[in-house]
Design a protein around this ligand. Structure first.
Ligand SMILES: NC(=O)c1ccc[n+]([C@@H]2O[C@H](COP(=O)([O-])OP(=O)(O)OC[C@H]3O[C@@H](n4cnc5c(N)ncnc54)[C@H](O)[C@@H]3O)[C@@H](O)[C@H]2O)c1
Length: 316
């Protein structure tokens, strides 16, 4: 049995990863609860394989405690908001680059040699014109968040060469599922809860993006963790399916029982500053490890919406 650390383990993706990892490992979670919830980990209270440390990846002392006896770090803590990264670039850098580097440096000092990093497939490639986008494609981020993810991947490369810390960067598509409290489907749900007759869509609705359901994401993390080789290895993680924003709006209205809600477009190509309007990442590399998605994308959207209704109530 291994002892693994999940940073950001109280958050959406991290907490699902913890649920799965704890079946075969001791799991330590380091999370400052800036966005994560203790409720996402309550099922493990009293489990002697589980330890929660409330602390930050930006603080060396917290990292030293968290890394004690760890073989593999799953680094999922982040400031995940693209829009906020445009408003507060230095703050975004402090968490997503400097905090991540503090973690990597603490791993070096504490002789921890493997990391699985939650990177981002949409935002590091940014305004690429190569579709489906393979991992060798040059970074062209159009958000500070994407620049930060790309910058930290560069450090993973140098730390592999210099100090032998091996890593895989999971370049995620948009991840959806229970416990997620951000993203387009969550936004639409909130808007329809405020007014079930009217749904404002940011942009012109043609934004066309890759998504993946949470359980498939977690399985990909396990497969990649088992296959960490020498060096730094980036891998795109997506279902291989995409949805336009207009299609999402239709699905949301149907599933929430308001099929006649009027969909109104705010206009413009992008939904917000830094919004990548097309993500279509190649999953050939991930599939080469024997991974395949199990949840068809539109079914994943429905499962997520049903969870939102159960948790926060119907919109009607
Ligand atoms: N959700 C997606 O679609 C998506 C897509 C691409 C990449 N990612 C990446 O995956 C990871 C998980 O994303 P998520 O959607 O679960 O977000 P989330 O906000 O639910 O989880 C992030 C967690 O990190 C914690 N955190 C933030 N700053 C911290 C700090 N300084 N120290 C310790 N903990 C801190 C938060 O409290 C939260 O629990 C992030 O790195 C994110 O950038 C997510």
């Amino acid at each position: 049995m291994d002892r693994v650390l999940v940073t950001g383990g109280a958050g959406f993706i991290g907490s699902h990863l913890v649920d799965r990892l704890i079946q075969d490992n001791e799991v330590v979670v380091l999370d400052d609860l800036s966005a994560g919830l203790e409720e996402n980990m309550q099922q493990h209270q009293g489990n002697e394989r589980f330890r929660f440390i409330k602390g930050s990846i930006t603080r060396e002392k917290d990292l030293r405690v968290a890394l004690d006896g760890i073989t593999t770090v799953f680094h999922f803590a982040a400031q995940p908001d693209v829009r906020l990264s445009a408003e507060r670039p230095i703050w975004d850098f402090e968490i997503n680059v400097r905090g991540s580097l503090e973690l990597l440096e603490a791993m070096r000092k504490n002789d921890v040699q493997r990391m699985v990093f939650a990177s981002s497939g949409g935002t590091v490639y940014g305004e690429t014109d190569v579709f489906p986008t393979p991992e060798v494609t040059a970074f062209r981020p159009i958000s500070n968040y994407g620049a930060a993810k790309g910058a930290f991947e560069m450090y993973l490369n140098s730390y592999a060469e210099l100090y032998g810390i091996d890593s895989v960067s999971m370049r995620f598509a948009n991840v959806i599922g229970p416990r997620s409290t951000h993203g387009v489907m969550h936004d639409f749900y909130l808007k329809l809860k405020r007014n079930p007759k009217h749904l404002e869509v940011l942009g012109d609705g043609t934004q066309d993006k890759a998504y993946i359901y949470i359980s498939d994401t977690v399985e990909a993390a396990l497969v990649l963790a088992e296959n960490i080789g020498k060096g730094h290895f980036p891998v795109n993680v997506s279902s291989g399916e995409r949805l336009t924003v207009t299609r999402i709006a239709e699905l949301v209205c149907q599933e929430l029982g308001v099929p006649d809600a009027q969909i109104v477009y705010a206009g413009g190509k992008r939904g917000w500053i830094g919004d990548v309007v097309r993500t279509d990442i190649s999953i050939t590399k991930l599939a080469s490890f024997g991974w395949a998605p199990r949840v068809p994308l539109e079914k994943g959207v429905k499962l997520y919406l049903r969870w939102l209704i159960k948790k926060f109530g119907s919109v009607k």
